[in-house]
Write a protein of this length. Structure first.
Length: 357
């Protein structure tokens, strides 16, 4: 196959491309605008492959998207290009509307035009795989509410109830993808994933932010009480799942992808502190750096995914536990501090975002 991956220089997109080049015989075209969170260093280990090509293109640029499709003639598209940080969406929602909604519309309509030119066999085999988030579902009952939380998980039938500008823009894009399937017959697939973590994660996100702050002796700011619960998914497990869906998934279906690792944010931060104390010991405990700060507006209390559909129908399950994945992640950051410094230079210095003051 020849796969077009949008947002392939980002955190999840680069993991997908590394997986494809290392583990399959497929070709990949990486289409990426290279915003602050996109970095080609994340693909250095595969960039010399004859099966890899890069196109610096904004998905909102219809003429350029048309050119890439006509030139490379992909057999499938994996659409990961998105603005994805909730805190940034609170400070500046316009970019999220532009990229996540208008960009997805532009890509869908360009894809439909391209798809209609394909010979019948290729048209039937073609796939448009839209990668989304569990945040479109809103939040779930929290243990503090004294409910049986095990009974409350996101399924593929959970109604949408997004809370932030980010999740609302992703919900909108999901609806567009389904509409292009229902109205135009475009063969689509949708996946909604839980919180990813792992190597090459831009340092605005919780885990890399805490690791880097801790190493520099800076405060480790935890929102509110730190009791917000997330289901954590190792990015390389996610990459395997996405490839499984685009190659074996049933057209028109949605698949939820989760890591089976519900953790409170404060648990995650304390785990990071303990691993750092073991691997990079210091006199004062890293836990002493933890502080609580004002919660962000509209903060969802709990996410948790029922991933039984993808497990039962496609045979995918995560290989990493949270304990093994988080240790690999911390070690990667310790070994790649130069990368962390380079991707932050001039764009982000780990300041607070999303306070909405």
């Amino acid at each position: 196959m020849k796969l077009l991956v949008t947002g392939g220089a980002g955190f999840i997109g680069s993991a997908v491309i590394r997986h494809i080049i290392h583990n399959t015989k497929d070709e990949v075209i990486n289409l990426d605008k290279l915003t602050y969170a996109g970095n080609l260093e994340s693909l250095a280990e595969v960039s010399d492959s004859e099966r890899y090509a890069f196109e610096q293109v904004d998905i909102c640029n219809r003429a350029e998207v048309d050119r890439v499709l006509a030139q490379h003639k992909p057999d499938a598209i994996m659409h990961l290009a998105a603005e994805s940080h909730v805190d940034r969406s609170i400070d500046g929602p316009a970019e999220f509307i532009e990229t996540n909604i208008v960009g997805t519309y532009t890509l869908l309509d360009a894809t439909r035009s391209y798809w209609n030119t394909l010979p019948e066999a290729k048209k039937t085999a073609f796939r448009f795989h839209h990668i989304s988030t569990d945040e479109v579902y809103g939040d779930l009952p929290h243990p503090s509410e004294k409910t049986n939380v095990e009974e409350h998980l996101f399924t593929e039938q959970t109604p949408y109830a997004p809370s932030s500008p980010y999740s609302a823009s992703k919900a909108s894009s999901d609806h567009l993808v389904r509409a292009w399937h229902r109205t135009y017959g475009l063969p689509v697939l949708i996946t909604n994933c839980s919180n990813n973590y792992g190597p090459y994660h831009f340092p605005e996100k919780l885990i890399p932010l805490m690791i880097l702050n801790a190493l520099e002796g800076k405060p480790l700011p935890v929102y509110g009480k730190g009791d917000q619960i997330r289901d954590w998914l190792f990015v390389e497990d996610h990459a395997r799942a996405l490839y499984k869906v685009v190659t074996e998934g049933k057209v028109g279906e949605t698949y939820n992808i989760g890591g089976h690792n519900e953790k409170q944010n404060i648990e995650v931060v304390n785990t990071l502190c303990d691993i750092l104390q073991e691997l990079r010991p210091q006199e004062n405990s890293y836990r002493s750096l933890v502080i609580t700060v004002t919660d962000r507006p509209g903060h969802d209390r709990r996410y948790a995914i029922d991933a039984s559909k993808i497990e039962n129908e496609l045979g995918w399950a995560p290989e990493e536990t949270f304990e093994t994945g988080i240790r690999k992640t911390v070690q990667w950051y310790l070994d790649n501090l130069d990368w962390c410094q380079r991707v932050q230079d001039g764009s982000y210095q780990r300041e607070r975002l999303g306070a909405a003051e």
